[in-house]
Design a protein around this ligand. Structure first.
Ligand SMILES: [Zn+2]
Length: 412
């Protein structure tokens, strides 16, 4: 069991610091020295669908937040719904053109309040999304008008430079995190606050023929992120032989704060259960609602399941359609592949091979990464049964909402 030493009576507040786009293998040792750090399976591949999993303890096929235009349903805003707790979502370094209390992420999560850590009153659940390892690396948002421009620039120098700049970004984020810990210290809240340092997904740094950023495909670089639990009663340790999942954060916090959950989360309470055996990741839908029939027909999807040694990924879109779509995107120099093209011009020794690798990675119906303990068939069965369960869950939630509405209309 992971957190059995933690005494519930010690914990009054929760601080979750999400170092955006931080890979497990690029997490500085400095962070692991602060608490107990465990390899974590991200539940989706980019910010909008990943955060709702942290907040609700549910996989994306139950939160039904698939893109930036969806909003997490009120009854599923678990961490923001604890009665008697002040809650805050703070985005100071992520949407720098907007106030920290009114970002795009606030919209996705149903407009929770945003109160700074200096001001929020106890007891609280404070969640911050920090720029972390999000591109452009090593500099603030706004420096380049588009990410495309950044990748055009850095593409000239290749993967080593890209990774050096990424590390610089992480260092800056760790510095912000230290400031938050300092604030807790100044307020005398260290002993009664559980700090959770994590990330919403990882980051690709030129792997698989020149893929960068995040969003697709599910692969170890995007799936494995760190979660570090920090409290004076927790001895530092780094665990990579087991995993936990984003979906375990909400039930664990609910248990620590003695709060009841109004639905059954997909995750488990890490204070009294053993490590989970596997974790799933769902990438369903694009970044926005599909606008055309072409969008709908070619929408990228990936369902995958992982343990600490690897995983199975399934990309259900017809392989030929998928291949034609990505080949067109590559040849037409779609902004998603800017780095690849720049990198080709200046760095790559085998252009055709790089292109083949990208196409294979994004279109293969099944992909096995590493040495997962389960086989392809078991992986498929587990994902299918979770998908079935999510249909039942959505149906039940719909009925519950109808009942609440009827009772409200009748003023019961
Ligand atoms: Zn993110």
């Amino acid at each position: 069991m992971l957190l059995h030493h933690l005494k519930k009576e010690d914990i009054k507040n929760i601080l979750i610091y999400v170092c955006d786009s931080l890979r497990w293998d690029y997490t500085p040792q400095l962070i692991f020295n602060k608490g107990i750090g465990v390899k974590t399976i991200a539940s989706s591949l980019y910010t909008a669908p990943s955060f709702p999993c942290l907040i609700s303890g549910l996989y994306p096929n139950k939160t039904e937040v698939y893109n930036w235009q969806d909003t997490l349903k009120k009854e599923l805003r678990g961490l923001f719904n604890f009665r008697g707790y002040n809650s805050s979502l703070w985005c100071e370094t992520t949407w720098t053109d907007l106030p920290p209390w009114d970002s795009d992420l606030h919209h996705v999560l149903g407009r929770p309040l945003g109160i700074s850590l200096k001001e929020i009153e106890e007891p609280f659940v404070y969640i911050e999304d920090d720029k972390g390892g999000h591109c452009p690396y090593g500099i603030d948002f706004g420096h380049y008008e588009t990410f495309d421009q950044y990748y055009k620039e850095v593409g000239k120098y290749g993967n080593d430079e890209l990774r050096t700049q990424y590390k610089k970004s992480i260092e800056t984020s760790i510095h912000h995190f230290e400031n938050r810990l300092q604030t807790l210290n100044e307020r005398g809240l260290e002993d009664n606050t559980l700090v959770i340092f994590t990330s919403d997904h990882g980051e690709l740094l030129g792997e698989y023929g020149g893929l960068v950023d995040h969003g697709r495909p599910p692969c170890p670089e995007l799936i494995y992120v760190p979660t570090v639990f920090i409290h004076p009663s927790i001895a530092p340790e780094k665990i990579d032989s087991h995993i936990i999942r984003h979906i375990d954060i909400f039930p664990t916090i609910a248990s620590l704060l003695n709060e009841q959950t109004t639905y059954t989360p997909d995750g488990i309470d890490l204070t009294n259960q053993d490590f989970p055996k596997s974790g799933m990741n769902f990438r369903i839908g694009g970044y926005f609602h599909p606008r055309t029939i072409f969008d709908r027909l070619t929408i990228y999807q990936a369902l995958s399941i992982w343990d600490s040694n690897g995983g199975h990924s399934f990309q259900p879109l017809n392989k030929n359609i998928s291949f034609a779509k990505f080949l067109f995107m590559l040849l037409s120099k779609h902004p998603e592949f800017t780095y690849f093209h720049e990198h080709l011009k200046y760095q790559s020794k085998n252009k055709l091979n790089d292109m083949k690798t990208i196409l294979k990675t994004l279109t293969q119906p099944h992909y096995k990464y590493g040495q997962p303990s389960i086989n392809k068939k078991e992986a498929k069965n587990l994902i299918d049964s979770q998908q079935q369960e999510s249909l039942k869950f959505s149906e039940k939630m719909k009925i519950d909402r109808m009942v609440v509405k009827i009772l409200k209309d009748k003023h019961v």
